[in-house]
Design a binder for this molecule. Structure first.
Ligand code: GAR
Length: 198
């Protein structure tokens, strides 16, 4: 059984996609051991609670600095024997000490086709605003391993989504989630659980 911790900051629709995939037996051999948020009002924590999953808020501002936060978080996840850390809309950049502890065992979902619209400052709705401003006709989502850079780790899976005339950032965000993110995040976790990815 692959024990995962899902790290979140907001609504948690990607967390929900993982929960649903497990409930529907589309994602097997995987258990969500923990949901960790950096914000105590994240709706994702309610989703965890509703499904009997331990949800906890660990805030960077409660620690002396980013490293102290990263060390605490890493120890906490190690205490729970977490095999894989899934960043699902987690908007804190994790410090190097955390990455070292979970090297090659952290994945992230990003709402664009990396290397487009990624890196520092590209998160959430901002990604879709930038895609529309550039006038791209195809966008999508990417699941990748997390390394010490920002959205620079090895790509695991991508799915393309068409931009439609009249799209707003909100409409495009929703389509990218429905058609790409909620599909490829559970698939990538399944592939890791099946040891199809090294
Ligand atoms: C998702 O679109 C995810 O790809 C994005 O935040 C949203 C979280 O939604 N992540 C990033 O932008 C990371 N750079 P959710 O809380 O409903 O899953």
């Amino acid at each position: 059984m692959l024990k995962i911790a899902v790290l979140v900051s907001g609504g948690g629709t990607n967390l929900q996609a993982i929960i649903d995939a497990i409930d529907n037996h589309k994602l097997t051999g995987v258990t969500i051991e923990l949901v960790v948020s950096n914000k105590d009002d994240a709706y994702a924590l309610t989703r965890a609670n509703d499904h009997g999953i331990t949800g906890i808020c660990i805030r960077p501002k409660d620690y002396a600095d980013k490293d102290a936060y990263g060390r605490y978080l890493a120890e906490f996840l190690k205490d729970h024997e977490i095999d894989l850390v899934v960043l699902a809309g987690f908007l804190v950049v994790l410090p190097e000490c955390f990455i070292d502890e979970f090297e090659n065992r952290i994945i992230n979902i990003h709402p664009s086709l990396i290397p487009s619209f990624c890196g520092d400052g590209f998160y959430g709705l901002k990604v879709h605003e930038a895609a529309l401003a550039r006038g791209v006709k195809v966008t999508g989502a990417t699941v990748h391993y997390v390394d010490k850079g920002c959205d620079t780790g090895p790509i695991i899976m991508q799915k393309a989504v068409y931009v439609e005339p009249g799209d707003t950032p909100e409409i495009l965000q929703r389509r990218v989630m429905e058609q790409a993110e909620w599909v490829i995040l559970p698939q990538a976790i399944q592939n890791i659980a099946n040891r199809q990815i090294r």
